[in-house]
Design a protein. Structure first.
Length: 277
């Protein structure tokens, strides 16, 4: 008999997924296996889904620890390379390091050997230029199964051009108050060019740095700052999307399928639901 799925309302799903999940979380250092960065995992689990996350321009990885820890609490291995921190960030190099991070996560037993990643359930994500780098990396790697961007920016080489080559599901969250990378020429253009199933949402009250955490001197150069509302919406939608695409979880479908006041569903193409194998 098939398991009956109890689907939550969009509001219920938003509240549940914006809070930490049921798994105790461990933190590790990617530098132990040769790449500067951080990794968060559930306390145990074999064949877990994983996501590699790219930081924004001039942003330290610590500004995303909360999101990575959150994803780990919901059963994901979440890792972020701490590379390309200077003003001359190379999106190509960051993209390559995202794929190296995926290789690390899938190629070794993590923790004390009680944690492993299923190579068929990996995703890429990123904020700002890290989002553009995630698109570049996904266009070059068949092993990536999903992509998420937060206030993505166009890159060199072009993430917009690369998006046409990406056929896996994509979720793109844009900031309505983004004066660094206005959605129309950046995240929205990337989503419109997407080669596979895609959803584009606009958070009208969010700024470019709204998805980051804490304070950093780069706020003197860039527009915006950490925003609690952006954190709540970002964590909920990223978690719901990755659960749906990487694990087939249907409990939170209403959140992904609904147009919310503070997370406008601007457009989507094809279904985001994971197709049966």
């Amino acid at each position: 008999m098939a398991r009956r799925v109890i689907t939550l309302t969009a509001k219920q799903a938003l509240e549940e997924l914006s809070r930490p999940g049921p798994h105790p979380v461990l933190r590790g250092d990617l530098a132990l296996v040769g790449l500067p960065g951080v990794i968060f995992t559930p306390q145990s689990g074999l064949g877990l889904p994983a996501v590699a996350f790219g930081h924004g321009w001039m942003q330290p990885v610590r500004r995303y620890h909360g999101l990575l820890r959150h994803l780990a609490s919901w059963g994901f291995v979440a890792a972020a390379p701490a590379v390309e921190r200077g003003p001359l960030l190379s999106a190509r190099v960051l993209a390559a390091n995202l794929l190296t991070t995926v290789d690390i996560c899938t190629g070794v037993r993590l923790g004390s050997g009680e944690i492993s990643v299923d190579p068929a359930r990996v995703a890429l994500a990123g904020h700002s230029m890290g989002g553009g780098a995630a698109v570049l990396a996904a266009s070059e790697a068949d092993r990536v199964r999903a992509v998420v961007t937060l206030a993505a920016t166009e890159t060199r080489p072009s993430a917009l051009d690369a998006a046409r080559e990406v056929t896996v599901p994509g979720l793109h969250l844009a900031a309505g108050e983004d004066r660094i990378a206005p959605p129309v020429g950046h995240s929205e253009a990337i989503a419109q060019a997407w080669g596979g199933p895609v959803q584009f949402r606009l958070l009208p009250k969010a700024s470019h740095l709204g998805f980051t955490e804490g304070r950093h001197w780069s706020e003197l150069l860039l527009d915006g700052h950490a925003e609690r509302g952006s954190h709540k919406l970002g964590r909920a939608f990223v978690t719901a999307f990755l659960l749906r695409v990487l694990t087939g979880e249907r409990r939170y479908d209403e959140l992904l399928d609904s147009d919310l006041k503070n997370a406008n569903l601007v457009f989507q193409r094809d279904a985001l639901r994971r197709r049966p194998a």
